[in-house]
Ligand binder design. Sequence first.
Ligand SMILES: NC(=O)CC[C@H](N)C(=O)O
Length: 195
Amino acid sequence: MAKIGVLALQGAVGEHMNQIKLLDHEAVEVKTSNDLCGIDGLILPGGESTAIGKLIERNDLLAPIQALAQQGIPMFGTCAGLILLAKKIKGSITPHLCLMDVEVERNSFGRQVDSFEVALAIPSIGDNITAVFIRAPHIVTIGEQVEILATYEERIVLARDGQFLGCSFHPELTDDVRILQYFIGMVNEFTKVPR
Ligand SMILES: NC(=O)CC[C@H](N)C(=O)O
């Protein structure tokens, strides 16, 4: 059983917690650096990236999360979480974690009222995966070692940079747990390496 932290400052926290528990893993809400102790993986949920970035700073979580990343702990960002993980946010200097070697653009698919759902075929994960886009970002540029896992309308919407997984949409708002299962696979790979 893996112990997965969910950054619980703002946004779709409960939905990620429920999906983790549904897969019989332990879910921990992360609000302070103490909550990071002993976790095997970290999920950064969707919400409002500017607000979450400020709260990460205010709660002194920036350096502790970056230190955890240095240890190789897998991290999964969905929507605003992807924005926080990215090395670069186009046209913005909002505080963020600067970990995943991608540049993202915010609100690429319109406003809240333009939210939509599509079925994506993701070769390394499965077919017919429901993707919910809500004021979603997309990945504009990627570093050399970044693997593109899915695109939608020729835009990168799911990618992996080693220990980091970033997703434009919200898998936690559906009943489909396959993307979370893929992330747990990354966590299991990490925890079985002797350290
Ligand atoms: N659903 C989401 O997480 C939206 C992200 C939001 N557009 C932001 O920039 O923070």
